[in-house]
Design a protein around this ligand. Sequence first.
Ligand code: NAD
Length: 260
Amino acid sequence: MLKGKVAVVTGSTSGIGLGIARALGRAGADLVLNGFGDAATIEALRSSLESECGVRVAYHGADLATAGGVESLIRHAEATLGGVDVLVNNAGIQYVAPIEEFPVERWDAVLAINLSAVFHGTRCALPGMKARGWGRIVNIASAHGLVASAQKSAYVAAKHGVVGLTKVTALETAGTGVTCNAICPGWVLTPLVQKQVDALAAAKGLDDAAARAELLGAKQPSGQFVTPEQLGALAVFLCSDAAAQMTGAALPMDGAWTAQ
Ligand code: NAD
């Protein structure tokens, strides 16, 4: 379905980004991976995706905390694979603290990676998409793009910002063949969330299974984690012709978290 298209997935060395990259690769897209990690592990991942999916897979380790980093990622994709047809803005970080104790440099980092990088990626990729008359931008927001939780001021502000930016991007691209949507996952058991499970286990003297159950029980009525594979399937659908008129949406996949 996506044969001949090039997909850039930010933060795809781990978790949700990796699940989405794999799903897009299986659908036939050439891939540009991005994110941090051990060089040998990333190279093994790159070549295993290449043979598993039968597509070209490149990697660029840009730090998306700066405008220049995001720009270099998009330019690398254009130079090595010929353009960016699908941009999945996924890279993100979390920091948990009450507002009055929130370290200013953590606020700046969360806003830079979770929100500004989405703007810069979109800004850099749009001219090529518009010129080709086809493009898909998928922004990984969060249930926290729709509702709040205490102690996550920067994350919630950034993710609400991503939902707003998604709507503006959809309006500015309407009728051009480019769509832009946000996916709003609930809890997904990735390294980002395991850190929060570990903090809860330490704070309450729980074992890992009990901490996971408590984390889910507090927010996600299904009591089950969303998986990267499920999110990957939704991203592939958003890239399909069936979704050509779906744009500007913020789509929860959250076990009824935001239905409450
Ligand atoms: P993760 O920690 O497993 O992966 C994050 C990825 O982003 C990694 O590849 C990491 O290397 C990369 N990254 C981090 N900082 C970067 C930077 N400065 N430059 C480039 N890459 C960087 O996290 P995840 O849970 O897979 O989260 C992915 C996205 O999904 C994030 O935007 C997160 O906010 C969102 N999300 C996660 C959940 C969840 O429950 N896990 C829920 C809702 C939304």
